[in-house]
Design a protein around this ligand. Structure first.
Ligand SMILES: Nc1nc2c(c(=O)[nH]1)N=C([C@H](O)[C@H](O)COP(=O)(O)OP(=O)(O)OP(=O)(O)O)CN2
Ligand code: ZN
Length: 141
């Protein structure tokens, strides 16, 4: 029986954002999001870790074609977000541009494109100290 393994590949993009939601008043936004609600926004050099898994092909020793993964992530994620204002992205009109939401959005984008349930996890590094992960909807939901 083929053994399963996982591979994690790192990607980068830089983007601006502002933590703000129309569901709260201006004052509540300032209280909840603090300096991250600054109207001028701010930027991050985001690092995205994409983990994919599957059986190891006995002939190649690989569980995944990394070049294929690069194509998908570059076209669908890096090109979409690099040097953009995340708050202007259509996916963020109703949700805040938190790391949690960004990790989930990237997972959803990649889940459509990566076949056979191979996508295991998306990790997003936002700052030196902030790291977010999303691994798909919880089975209990
Ligand atoms: N739950 C979340 N909280 C915060 C998020 C988030 O995505 N989810 N994001 C931010 C900011 O976007 C922010 O830019 C990072 O803020 P902070 O952690 O304060 O970053 P600093 O490096 O400036 O931290 P200091 O400790 O103040 O140096 C905030 N919260
Ligand atoms: Zn931020």
């Amino acid at each position: 029986m083929a053994q399963a393994a996982s591979v994690t590949r790192r990607y980068r993009f830089s983007a601006a954002h502002r933590l703000h939601t129309d569901q709260l008043s201006e004052e509540e936004n300032r209280r909840v999001f603090g300096k991250c609600n600054n109207p001028n926004g701010h930027g991050h050099n985001y690092v995205v870790y994409v983990t994919v898994g599957g059986p190891i092909d006995p002939a190649t020793g690989r569980s995944l074609d990394l070049e294929g993964l690069d194509r998908v992530v570059t076209e669908r994620v890096v090109r979409r977000f690099d040097h953009q204002d995340l708050n202007r992205d259509p996916a963020f009109t109703q949700i805040t541009t938190t790391g949690e939401n960004l990790a989930r959005l990237i997972w959803e984008i990649l889940h459509e494109a990566i076949p056979n349930g191979k996508l295991a996890k998306v990790g997003v590094v936002e700052t030196r100290d902030n790291y977010f992960e999303y691994a798909g909807p919880s089975s209990s939901c």
